[in-house]
Design a protein around this ligand. Structure first.
Ligand code: UDX
Ligand code: UDX
Length: 434
């Protein structure tokens, strides 16, 4: 049993804290957001993540997990301090490091005993060295410490299982003994552990996310070609995926990627390259084509309807992906804004993201279920592939709509079945576009 501090209880930090507690450690989770900590101490979750509430409550009851805003409480008798604060995109795509700097500085000012400081947040290559300088600069007296990079590879919606059954644990440090100690924390996960230097570990995270984003942008481009040539991209992806060098994952064509990671990480990696005078053509093209899809989708629906002025469009799903309430960089934001700009009235339903959506999309009406949403709509657009949309009563939806037209941005329905039900249906890459 080790004592661990986690700084930042967001989508990554809270899952990390709860999982380390569930592995038998004593975890003190810290955040500067007092309301967030107050809510957590009253059993109120700041985010929606399947299984997280039960995990947090169970470990709080077992006295393995507690929450504080006090760095001195959090670091008292603590050997490991994980930093999982936000690293959002700056105006040029660079990672905004102000929160990481603040956390490192406060840790330095507060620590009273040797400490291993572990970066969980996705941070630019070279951050480890930069953080060590901050800690040395702000320490009140010289206390031994080490900096370790331990990037997170958590997907929202499956973050707990991704933590407990990782494909691999990556650790980087100039202090091999510190890296080995952090590796000990992960041994019970029984996954391969890669121990390397700080910069390489930081790069593994960016390169992994950039590759996954590239794979998705690739299949989306194949989808557009499939529409022009009459092939079905879902079948293409199945045929490709049997090749072990390709694999079936991340080959679902659709609206492109959103979320708090792919968009910011691909931009940050390109920014790092350009800062060194390189020209990351692939990374910049991947980002450009990803965002272009959102405009393309609206153009497709406009073509299907013969115009958007005065039309009522219902959006099925707003979250950037299913099983999360996260709306960061969700395609639905740009799509809804573009529809409104074209003169359409936009309504939406999402099982859990409506609260976040109200703040981001104040101009849209929201409803409590897909059938109310469908009422008198000229078209429905599937923007998030929630399971509850996959088996809805489509005849009831069709009969409620003004015109039975569906744009299936996540290919959750079968084109032949939809047309047999009387829908004008269009998916993504599902044969000749109609
Ligand atoms: C964050 C980073 O954005 C991501 O790049 C990294 O991979 C993991 O950590 P996420 O957990 O989604 O991802 O961030 P967010 O949900 O915004 O939570 C960050 C938390 O840090 C917030 O609760 C915020 O209050 C807290 N925080 C921020 C601090 O505790 N201290 C600070 O100085 C700033
Ligand atoms: C991603 C990485 O998968 C994870 O390893 C990293 O730690 C954080 O970033 P996340 O963004 O939570 O995780 O979700 P993910 O399931 O990877 O989806 C990312 C985006 O790609 C979503 O917008 C999703 O809709 C889209 N996507 C995903 C596709 O369009 N097609 C796919 O086949 C898979």
């Amino acid at each position: 049993m080790k004592q661990i501090c986690v700084v930042g209880v967001g989508y990554v930090g809270l899952v990390t804290a709860a999982c380390f507690a569930d592995l038998g450690n004593r975890v003190i989770a810290l955040d500067v957001n007092e309301k967030r900590i107050e809510n957590l101490n009253n059993g109120i979750m700041p985010i929606y993540e399947p299984g997280l509430e039960e995990l947090v409550q169970r470990n709080r009851r077992a006295n393995r997990l507690c929450f504080t805003t006090s760095y001195s409480d959090a670091l008292n008798e603590t050997e490991f301090a994980f930093i999982a604060v936000a690293t959002p995109s700056g105006i040029n795509g660079e990672a905004d490091m102000q929160y990481v700097a603040a956390a490192a500085q406060t840790i330095a000012e507060t620590m009273t005993a040797p400490l291993i400081i572990i970066n969980k947040s996705t941070v630019p290559v070279g951050t480890g060295d930069w953080m060590a300088d901050i800690v040395k600069r702000y320490q009140k007296k010289t206390i031994p410490f080490a900096v370790v990079s331990c990037p997170e590879f958590l997907r929202e919606g499956t973050a707990i299982s991704d933590f407990m059954q990782p494909y691999r644990t990556v650790l980087g440090s100039f202090d091999h003994e510190a890296a080995e100690k952090v590796a000990q924390l992960h041994l019970s996960l029984r996954a391969p552990i890669v121990i390397t230097d700080l910069r390489t570990a930081e790069m593994i995270k960016y390169a992994s996310n950039a590759f996954l984003a590239t794979k998705i942008s690739f299949i989306n481009e194949i989808a557009d070609i499939c529409e022009a040539l009459g092939a079905d991209v879902k079948e293409v992806a199945i045929g490709m995926g049997y090749d072990k060098r390709i694999g079936p994952a991340m080959l679902d064509a659709g609206l492109g990627w959103g979320g708090s990671c792919f968009p910011k990480d691909v931009k940050a990696l390109a920014f790092m390259a350009e800062e060194k005078g390189l020209d990351p053509k692939i990374l910049n093209t991947v980002t450009h084509t990803n965002y272009d899809r959102r405009r393309k989708v609206v153009r497709n629906v406009k073509k299907m309807l013969g115009g958007l002025e005065g039309k009522t469009i219902g959006l099925l799903g707003l979250a950037f992906k299913p099983n999360t309430d996260d709306m960061r960089e969700a395609p639905s934001i740009d799509i809804a804004q573009e529809l409104i700009a074209e003169g359409a009235t936009v309504r939406a339903y999402d099982p859990v993201a409506l609260e976040n959506a109200h703040n981001l999309l104040p101009a849209i009406e929201t409803t409590t279920d897909p059938y109310t949403l469908a009422r008198d709509c000229d078209a429905l657009m599937v923007l998030t592939e929630w399971n509850e949309f996959k088996n809805i009563d489509l005849e009831r939806v069709r009969d409620a709509m003004k015109t039975p037209l569906i744009f299936d941005g996540r290919n959750i329905y079968d084109p032949a079945e939809m047309r047999a039900l009387g829908f004008t249906y269009r998916g993504v890459g599902r044969g000749f576009d109609r």
